[in-house]
Design a protein around this ligand. Structure first.
Ligand code: UFG
Length: 323
């Protein structure tokens, strides 16, 4: 298929591009390189530097490439940042998505795979969280994703758009060639590995008074490669109907458990410092992914946190300064 990947120079988009190219698809990466890296664009994919904030950029990319489907990764995705800069999220995640959706509509691109988030579930009634859970966004970031999810539904009703909303829990890990390189780095696993590499003195633990077994937040870490396998399955299945899935391993690990696993894998003591809670962080987020397992036969290969951290450690050790 001809697939346009927005944000294909970023962490998750770069792995998607790698996998799609590997599977023989014709891929065009569209990225403004604000957060992404040109070096992260998988070999074999075409690249255009463009900004979704500029409707003409995406319009001409779509008119020229004529994709059959879009995978839309380009977005801001920091819960904490969205609590201090909500307009950035309204603009980059909502207005820019509108520019993309309008260009797709103008050029009859009828399929989209949309990166959504577990931050839709700040106050879940049941754990693990399935797709029937009510949506209570935990932050402007979660809200921005929820708005687009709802709008995809309406574009499907009014225009026949086919969509998949994939709600990522905590994406982590790396392939042999693509890993996580944010600047500044704010995510737990890469920060812990930077400590192990001697690039930081310690890792701060944001809150140890949550209602969880050890007091630190519990998250469901999912390997980025498993995440992308779900995208490919969802794309293949769109002819049979729209899809909405929660994507995780169904198992939660606390911040302290992640650090302990990283100590074993890296052999480094990884000192910790207790810090206040980070605004917007729910105590526990664990996914039920039964629906995609049953409907599409999704079968994540990296179920253990150790396996996930090992792949991240291999990548960070090979790329201590990032790309
Ligand atoms: N944490 C620390 N210290 C740090 C960094 C993180 O204690 O230095 C804690 C956080 O408070 C949180 C956990 O580690 O409890 C994981 O934090 P991350 O920043 O790695 O990930 P988040 O859970 O905040 O967010 C990630 C994605 C979001 C997505 C969310 C869904 O970044 O886009 O998962 O669960 F919405």
């Amino acid at each position: 298929m001809k697939i346009l990947v927005t944000g294909g120079a970023g962490y998750i988009g770069s792995v998607a591009t790698e996998v799609l190219v590997e599977q023989g698809h014709d891929v065009l990466v569209f990225d403004n390189l604000q957060l992404g890296h040109r070096e992260a664009v998988a070999e074999g994919a075409a690249f255009v530097q463009g900004d979704l904030a500029n409707p003409a950029d995406i319009e001409s990319a779509i008119a020229g490439f004529k994709p059959e489907a879009v995978m839309h990764f380009a977005a801001n995705s920091l819960v904490g940042e969205s609590m201090t800069d909500p307009f950035k999220y309204l603009n980059d995640n909502v207005v820019n998505a509108l520019n993309l959706l309008r260009a797709m509509d103008d050029h009859d691109v009828g399929k989209i795979i949309f990166s959504s988030t577990a931050n839709l579930f700040a106050d879940p009634e049941k754990m693990p969280i399935d797709e029937g859970e009510r949506i209570v966004p935990g932050s402007p970031y979660g809200e921005s994703k929820g708005i687009i999810e709802r709008f995809l539904h309406w574009l499907s009703v009014t225009k026949g758009l086919r969509f998949a909303c994939l709600r990522y829990f905590n994406a982590a890990g790396a392939t042999e060639v693509h890993g996580e390189d944010h600047n500044p780095e704010l995510h737990l696993i890469p920060i812990v590995l930077q400590v192990a590499l001697g690039q930081r003195e310690s890792v701060s633990i944001f809150g140890d008074d949550y209602p969880t077994p050890d007091g630190t937040c519990v998250r469901d870490y999912i390997h980025v490669r498993d995440l992308i396998d779900a995208h490919v399955l969802a794309l293949k299945s769109l002819d049979e109907g729209n899809r909405t899935y929660n994507l995780g391993n169904g198992k939660g690990f606390s911040v302290l458990e992640v650090i302990e696993a990283a100590r074993k894998i890296t052999g480094h003591e990884i000192p910790v410092v207790m810090a206040p809670r980070r605004p917007g962080d729910p105590a526990t987020l664990v996914a039920s992914s039964e629906r995609i397992r049953e409907e599409l036969g999704w079968d994540p290969k990296y179920a253990e946190i150790e396996q996930i951290i090992e792949t991240a450690w291999a990548w960070h050790s090979k790329h201590p300064k990032g790309y």
